[in-house]
Ligand binder design. Structure first.
Ligand code: AP5
Length: 213
């Protein structure tokens, strides 16, 4: 299956995407994670993306689409994919349609996770991320066993540079202006779009997503 997880910053796309991909042996394709890996490695893509990410703006479509195309083309035929954080604009969604068709893949589901802004802001304020393995924790709701240390790989956890309150405000605006219109874009496709509450326990939300698939 090819499944898109859509929703605002902090709604739990990464948390749910990892669980879904692990459970189903699918590829978790998180464009934000791929960009952050490029930044760590100092690639030209990472350097180009940095100023947009730190300002809470979207990285230009052409860079993102080329990156996704490359990753998808390298996957074995029939390998399921969970798209997390992509597409984020209508041109990205149109490009995804074209790439999937080229690769003989179909878009099976678009799962929209929804939560109130105050929940999102609190989750993001408490988020701590592992710069090495990408694991995500939360000081309020899902703290690591040892404060500041990744449970999985032992690296020091960080507060993402784009998780400061000013940038978060901009990311929420950018979501409303540029990404939310995708809900209407996919609404017209019969049986594709499913809206799931993004508030509740991680397990409850995962169950809701799986039921929608
Ligand atoms: P990206 O990394 O995709 O960030 P985002 O969409 O803003 O989403 P987040 O990672 O903030 O949140 P999430 O929904 O994954 O939530 P999480 O599971 O971590 O993008 C970053 C930047 O990269 C963009 O601003 C842009 O510049 C660029 N970019 C990326 N993709 C792009 C694209 N396609 N086009 C252009 N630019 C692009 O959860 C949040 C916190 O809540 C965590 O601490 C978690 O532990 C906690 N939590 C999760 N679920 C629950 C729960 N049920 N209960 C309690 N706590 C929970």
């Amino acid at each position: 299956m090819n499944v898109i997880l859509l929703g605002p910053p902090g709604v739990g796309k990464g948390t749910q995407g990892v669980l879904l991909a692990e459970g189903k042996s699918w590829k978790h394709m998180a464009t934000g994670d791929i960009l952050r890996a490029n930044r760590r490695e100092g690639t030209s893509l990472g350097q180009e993306a940095q100023r947009y990410m730190d300002a809470g703006e979207l990285v230009p479509d052409e860079l993102i689409v080329a990156m996704v195309k490359d990753t998808l083309a390298g996957l074995p035929e029939g390998q399921g994919v969970v798209f997390d954080g992509f597409p984020r604009t209508v041109p990205q969604a149109e490009a995804l349609d074209a790439v999937l068709e080229e690769l003989n893949r179909a878009l099976d589901r678009v799962v929209v996770l929804e939560a109130d802004d105050d929940v999102l802001v609190k989750r993001i304020a408490g988020r701590r991320s592992c710069p090495d393995c990408g694991s995500v924790f939360n000081v309020f709701m899902n703290s690591p066993a040892q404060e500041g240390i990744c449970d999985k790989c032992g690296a020091a956890l960080v507060h993402r540079p784009d998780d400061n309150p000013e940038t978060v405000k901009n990311r929420l605006n950018v979501y409303a202006e540029q990404t939310e219109p995708l809900i209407r874009f996919y609404e017209g496709r019969e049986g594709v779009l499913a809206k799931i509450p993004g508030e509740g326990s991680v397990e409850e939300i995962q169950d809701g997503i799986r039921a929608a698939l």
